[in-house]
Design a protein around this ligand. Sequence first.
Ligand code: ADP
Ligand code: MG
Length: 153
Amino acid sequence: MREIITHDAAETVRLGRALGQLAQAGDVILLDGDLGAGKTTMTKGIARGLGITGPVKSPTFTLIREYQDGRLPLYHMDVYRLENGGAEDLGLDEYFDGDGVSVVEWSEFITDLLPPTYVRIRIARTDSTDDTRRITITAHGGDYVRYEDVAFE
Ligand code: ADP
Ligand code: MG
C-alpha cells in the first residue's frame, strides 16, 4: 500500500501521468471514491501518461470510452449506472483481457466481474472544505506493486 496526498486537481493529474507511464498492456486499474473525489481527473492524468493527447471525458453516460492514440489503448469505464446490475452484458472481460489499459471508475459496483489481479486506487477527501485528497494505491497480485512504487513527490 502507498499513500499520497494531493492538494489540487493538477497534482492529481500529475500523479495520474506518472502512473500512466508505468502502465503495461493488459493492466487493470480500479478507481474508487465518492462522486467528485477525482476519479475522472486521475484518469485524465493516466491518459497523458499513456501519451493520449486529446480530451478525456467522463464515460458516465456511455459507460465505456476507448482511446487509441496513445502508447497503449485506454479503455475508460464508469460503471456508476450499473449499481443495480446489468454489467454482465457489457463484455467487460474483453477489455480486461485485451492489450489495452482498463481504468474502471466505481469498480465496487462490479465486484463479481473483476479480474483476479489489479491495482486499486482509492481517492478520498480529507476535509469537505478543501481540495486535499488522500490517494491510496494497493496492488492485488500480478506485478502491480510497481504502481505502489511510483516516483512521485
Ligand atoms: P469523480 O470522477 O471522482 O466523480 P471528477 O474527477 O470528475 O470526480 O471531479 C473531481 C473534482 O474535484 C474536479 O472538479 C476537480 O477539479 C476537483 N478537485 C479538487 N481538488 C482535487 C484533487 N486534489 N484531486 C482531484 N480533483 C480535485
Ligand atoms: Mg468520474
